[in-house]
Every structure is written in structure tokens, then in C-alpha cells.
Design a protein around this ligand. Structure first.
Ligand code: SF4
Length: 364
């Protein structure tokens, strides 16, 4: 195993990112093989349990209520709907279900109680359960842990410097605080970001500095390529070249040797050859299913064909960390505290998508 370093400098990471490609790939693949089985890839299914209507203004996100996209919003799914989807995901080879809700932060109350029940239900199916529900207090993290949550996803998205150009309704420190709250429970951390949002290479390196300096480093780091959705402020941004994705995956692998590097949004734009290079460079997880919350994703059968072609095997659930125990609601030692944490609102305003707004009004 390689020793994880927490003191990376941005310049060092940039030097790695910009290495001649063959050298970068060789270095990343060498570290990957020391720390992981190179023929095993973890498969997660992402499920949007509450879609759209989000009060936040993340510039890339079609679920933000203020943008005019074609997303059809949905209230919180029921526990039985979630169970049915989880069983389908398990049958198609997923070892993890990641439930996403378009919330700014978790609020104690009946909806959160439902989510806790969903966590219990999926953990009892012997699948890893992950949630991405927005900002979270320590008490809420502990309640999720007690229900049997395996991982909590909370992406840093980009560097601290570029963050305010992407999101103005919360600050970078809020993200770090939620990750810190998750770390106070025994739930693992999944945190990564998106490339191709108009950031500089320094921002990509800056994001990796922030992630690598977390101690412990996140158990899982998703690397997304922006999927530019019509109606969002980023609708006109061109997709990034595959080489950027390969370099980013390889650099992440070198900087965080033990983490599970996740190929996330943007895979529909990638050829199999491109994805194979990402796996060689150290990616060892994908999201499966035809949708990633709201954006398209390759069909699960195509993914399984690709696995066969490349000789890859899906990772079994609880290979890295043992299955958490589920405590029933009636035996819980925690209750909702109805806290009102002071998450910040920095006030900088992201350019609204005026063009899309006008178009939406015309078609109303
Ligand atoms: S990324 Fe999450 S927090 Fe941001 S607008 Fe979309 S759903 Fe809301």
C-alpha cells in the first residue's frame, strides 16, 4: 500500500498533471496496482429520490429551481419505490445505491425519517448505501450512520478560488463543514468534483489539494465531466477532450492512492477506448443506470459488455469496509434536534440564464 500524503502543493500536482502522457499513465497505473486490484471496478446506481426545485444556484445543475430546464420535478419517492429500484440495481450488478435529493440541506422531520427508512431498507438488501442530500449536521450524520449508511457524498465541485463563480448560495467552507460532520460518524466520505466548467488547470489542481489534505482522504472521489444542460448558465460550454479526463483521473490516483476514483457524469461522451484508458489510469468505479440523477448515462448492458471486453469484474459489496449494522427507528438513540445551523449565503450572484428565461416565458 502507498502512504497517503496530505501536504500536496498545487505546483506539484500541476507538474504531475502536465507530465508526458505515457509517463503519467505509467506512474498512475503503477500506484493503482499497488493499492487496488486493477481488474475490479465498483458499480454504483444513482437514484434521484427527490428531483428538481432546488433553492441552490449551482451553475451546472438542471435541478436548480431558478434555471429553466426540461427537468420534471418529483416529490420524495416512497420507501417501497426505492426498494424496488434497489433490487433492480442489485440484479444488474450494482453493489451500491446512491440516493440523491435536491435539497440545500437536510431538515429533521418526516421526509428525513423516510430517508432513514430507505437507508435501513437498502442496507438490509446487503447493498452499500450512499446518500447525497446537501448540507448535514453532526446529529443528522449520526442518525444516518445508525440507520446503516455506508457513504455520504458531498462534492467540493472545484477549487476554493473558483467556487464562487459556480455557486453563490453557499460557500466552500460549508462543504468542508459537512464533510467534517460526516467524519464524526462512521460513515465513509465520497467527495470529488466536475471538470470542464471553464476552470483553469490551477483550479483542478486546487480541488485535488483540498481533497488530498483531508485526513483521512475521502474513501471515494468522483471525477465528473460537465454535461452542459440547456437552460443552465453553462449550457454553451463545449465538452472537454477525453485527454483532460484521463489526465485528471491519473493525477487523482497518484495524489490519493487508496481512494476509489469514480468515473461519473460525462461517460456518454466517452468512447470505450477513452474509458479503458481511464481505468488503466486508476479509475475503479462507475455509476451505472441510464440516468445520473437527471443527465444521461450509458445503458447498464453496454457497461457490462464493456466490462467483458476489458476483463473487468464488478466489486462485491463491503469488500473494503464491513457492512454497517442497522438500528431500527424504535431503538434509535438519536432524535431530530431541529437545529438551524448557520450555513453561509455569500451573496455573490451567478449570472442567471436570461436567454433561457425569455425562451421559457415565450413557450409558457
Ligand atoms: S447540485 Fe445539488 S445543491 Fe446544487 S442546485 Fe443541483 S440539486 Fe441543488
Amino acid at each position: 500500500m502507498s502512504e497517503a500524503r496530505h501536504d500536496w502543493a498545487k505546483e506539484e500536482i500541476l507538474e504531475i498533471y502536465n507530465k508526458p502522457l505515457m509517463e503519467l499513465l505509467y506512474d498512475a497505473a503503477t500506484i493503482h496496482r499497488k493499492n487496488h486490484d486493477p481488474n475490479v471496478v465498483q458499480v454504483s446506481t444513482l437514484l434521484s429520490i427527490k428531483t428538481g426545485g432546488c433553492p441552490e444556484d449551482c451553475g451546472y445543475c438542471p435541478q436548480a429551481a431558478r434555471y429553466h430546464t426540461d427537468i420534471v420535478g418529483n416529490d420524495l419517492m416512497t420507501v417501497s419505490q426505492v426498494k424496488a429500484q434497489a433490487l433492480r440495481a442489485k440484479a444488474s450488478g450494482s453493489s451500491r445505491v446512491c440516493m440523491g435529493a435536491a435539497w440545500r440541506n437536510v431538515k429533521d422531520g418526516p421526509e428525513f425519517d423516510e430517508v432513514l427508512e430507505m437507508v435501513r431498507t437498502i442496507n438490509k438488501l446487503d447493498m452499500e448505501v450512499c446518500c447525497t442530500l446537501g448540507m448535514l449536521t453532526e446529529n443528522q450524520a449520526k442518525r444516518l450512520a445508525e440507520a446503516g449508511l455506508y457513504a455520504y457524498n458531498h462534492n467540493l465541485d472545484t477549487s476554493e478560488d473558483y467556487y464562487k463563480d459556480i455557486i453563490s448560495t453557499r460557500a466552500f467552507e460549508d462543504r468542508l463543514e459537512t464533510i467534517d460532520n460526516v467524519r464524526k460518524s462512521n460513515v465513509t466520505v465520497c467527495s470529488g468534483g466536475i471538470i470542464g466548467m471553464g476552470e483553469k488547470l490551477e483550479d483542478r489542481a486546487g480541488m485535488l489539494v483540498a481533497l488530498a489534505s483531508l485526513n483521512p482522504q475521502p474513501e471515494s472521489v468522483p471525477i465528473n465531466a460537465l454535461v452542459a444542460v440547456e437552460g443552465t448558465p453553462m449550457e454553451d460550454i463545449e465538452p472537454i477532450p477525453i485527454w483532460d479526463m484521463i489526465r485528471m483521473v491519473a493525477t487523482t490516483r497518484i495524489v490519493m492512492p487508496e481512494t476509489q476514483v469514480r468515473l461519473s457524469a460525462g461517460r456518454t461522451e466517452m468512447s470505450r477506448e477513452g474509458q479503458a484508458m481511464c481505468f488503466f489510469a486508476g479509475a475503479n468505479s462507475i455509476f451505472a443506470g441510464d440516468k445520473l440523477l437527471t443527465t444521461p448515462n450509458p445503458d447498464v448492458n453496454q457497461d457490462m459488455e464493456m466490462f467483458k471486453l476489458l476483463g473487468l469484474n464488478p466489486q462485491k459489496a463491503f469488500t473494503k469496509i464491513s457492512q454497517p449494522k442497522t438500528v431500527e427507528a424504535s431503538d434509535s438513540q438519536y432524535k431530530g434536534l431541529n437545529e438551524k445551523p448557520k450555513w453561509s449565503r455569500p451573496g455573490h450572484s451567478i449570472e442567471r440564464n436570461e436567454q433561457a428565461k425569455k425562451k421559457a416565458k415565450l413557450t409558457d
